[in-house]
Design a protein around this ligand. Structure first.
Ligand SMILES: [Zn+2]
Length: 295
């Protein structure tokens, strides 16, 4: 990747970048740091903020794809049930706008979104770079293609493209969005979910916010997400704060990182297995259509 690319804002192209957080990562990065369930909160590479648009990016981590190709995340598969509830909830929103059609999930993991979409009658497929996650999907006979988007053989007229918790992982969000626009039917819709660095909780926790982690290299807020999608040919239809589903044991385990030891009370096993919806209002879910001139 060229120096010029590294030193410009990935959203607006400005060269006015200021380092706002030093890297607190020691040692070499490996695929474990990129696991979806990685819990090293607050640890990131060096982050810079664009003085023009406010986007925060990790300019130095611009060659990360091989970490995803080699990623193995067994804990992720253990949370399949709650992740499926989450994907179904997203699909129910989509259903109100597009009750049927061809769906592509980018960064499809082990195919939980695709599996849910197929169950709901969509003609769904996905793309995933991790050999291990794609292998998990293959075991379930789910149509997840190994590799990165865009790839040969994909349709140019999807009715729905989903990008759930992916855009914060890529060093070229603008290129990714332009390619998505090019693969969408003229009446197609595009759904993006990403953490919101402008949310109240992110502001409150500052650098301790759980979404500050090595694998997240681009931090959007409402303004920068609006700008980058507008610049790549999209028009917003709907925006909201999505809920996530978790087992209580997962929440407790993660919360322990924020509370002192004497407050860590053991909980009964049955209680820990319960799945609950959580909405911390620190993610953005936005649905777009193509703007008129892109059609
Ligand atoms: Zn910028």
């Amino acid at each position: 990747m060229s120096e010029e690319f590294i030193n410009t804002c990935w959203v607006c192209g400005s060269e006015s970048l200021q380092v706002v957080k030093k890297s607190d990562f020691t040692g070499d990065l490996d695929s474990k740091n990129f696991a979806i369930t990685n819990s090293d909160y607050g640890k990131t590479g060096e982050l810079s903020k664009c003085l023009n648009c406010g986007f925060i990016q990790c300019s130095k981590e611009n060659d990360v794809i091989h970490y995803y190709e080699n990623l193995v995340d067994t804990e992720y598969e253990n949370t399949r049930e709650e992740r499926k509830l989450q994907e179904k909830r997203i699909l129910k929103l989509i259903q109100k706008i597009k009750p049927s059609g061809k769906l592509l999930d980018i960064g499809a993991g082990s195919g939980i979104m695709v599996e849910s979409a197929l169950e709901m009658g969509y003609d769904a497929e996905g793309v995933e770079p991790s050999r291990w996650l794609q292998g998990q999907a293959e075991k379930k006979s789910l149509p997840i293609h190994l590799g990165t988007f865009p790839m040969e053989g994909l349709s140019k007229n999807y009715d729905i493209i989903t990008l759930v918790d992916v855009i914060e992982h890529v060093p070229n969000p603008k290129e990714l969005l332009s390619n998505i626009c090019g693969h969408l039917d003229k009446d197609g819709i595009f759904v993006v979910i990403t953490p919101d660095v402008g949310s109240l909780i992110a502001k409150f926790l500052k650098w301790k916010w759980w979404h500050f982690r090595v694998a997240h290299i681009g931090y959007f807020n409402k303004r920068t997400l609006t700008q980058i999608t507008r610049d790549t040919g999209f028009e917003q239809i709907k925006a909201m704060r999505p809920s996530w589903y978790f087992r209580i044991e997962y929440l407790v385990e993660r919360a322990y990182q924020y509370i002192p030891k004497f407050l860590r009370i053991p909980l009964p096993r049955f209680f820990k297995k319960i799945i609950v919806p959580v909405n911390l209002r620190d993610s953005l879910l936005v649905i777009y259509r193509k703007e008129e001139k892109q059609k």
